[in-house]
Design a protein around this ligand. Sequence first.
Ligand SMILES: Cc1ncc(COP(=O)(O)O)c(C=O)c1O
Length: 374
Amino acid sequence: MIKVWDYIKEYESLRGEILEAVDQVFKDGTLIFGPKLAEFEEKFSKFNDCKYGIGVGNCTDAITIALRACKIGIGDEVITTSNTAVPTVTAIVNSGASVKFVDINEYSLMDVSKLANAITDKTKAIVPVHLYGQMCEMNTIMNLAKKNNLKVIEDCAQSHGATYFGKKAGSIGDIGCFSFYPTKIFGAYGDGGFISTNNEMLFDKMQRIRFLGMEKKKMSSGHWNGKYYAIEHGTNSRLDEVHAAILLKKLPYLNEWIDRRREIASRYNNELKELNIELPMEHPDNRHAYYIYVVAHKNRDEIMKSLAEKDIFLNISYPWPIHIMEAYKHFVCSKCTCLPKTEEQAKKIFSLPMYPTLTDEEQSIVIKELKNLI
Ligand SMILES: Cc1ncc(COP(=O)(O)O)c(C=O)c1O
């Protein structure tokens, strides 16, 4: 069987290191807010070329906390794309703001030529989603944000290690938000998330918000260590020591894993280019990290069904744009015609197996079966 994503081979190769790291955390006796989280926050911030980093429970929380730190709330509008994972929009709605969708371009990313028209007096932020492992056109986004006094919160859930003009995902906007959901380019063995920023004030505020709005305060008795005291309304979203320790073990391999993803993508590109199938495009300013390898074909359902019969399992990210979903369709007018590319893509996209431990032999089988079919 060839899965679209698989972590078992990765775990087998790192099992000794990971179990040792977990055992060490258990023996050391600090399970939350300990030295592993501090070390991971420092090292992953460095990886992202950012000054500050905060480990949180997941990326949905990361985006929610980022928006709250930017004082975005009821009555405000936030611009994003509709061909994203639901949590991008969940987080915006969590903040109290409403969502404005712009269409996508030929790279399946925010069409920045549509951005200026989408900005209104109520717009307070842009959330560009660096989808599938490729970054949005950040120069235009940042210029428009500066001109209109908007915050930019990069959704980097799918783009660890990706670059745009050599700059890392999460290092260009005001804040970058990452997911360590297991399937991601850099996945934990459970939930996890991260916030990166170069802004010290936002960093302080987000650190507080992720932990119930608390700071350590001395008691009137002069208690030497201080006690937790909420100075603003926050939430509870922490990356625990066990996951920080596991991610610390995985971090040294991240660049080499992204190189392997790029190698797999390059082979798909070369071997499928003669077929009647749309292949993903990499913008020349970008280094795509290939979280997933997304192709498009009008007969995708038949293709997926036929390959599943041969034990090759593909996936669709995402079959429904957010703006047609019951929960969020009120953000567009009832007969929405302004997101044609988003809707067209959703009908035909699907992803091929992509993960660093996919073997050459497995990839050959996928390519051969696709060639037989198309
Ligand atoms: C683009 C995007 N944004 C946000 C998220 C949310 O991540 P998490 O599951 O860590 O909350 C995901 C994960 O599915 C995602 O793909």
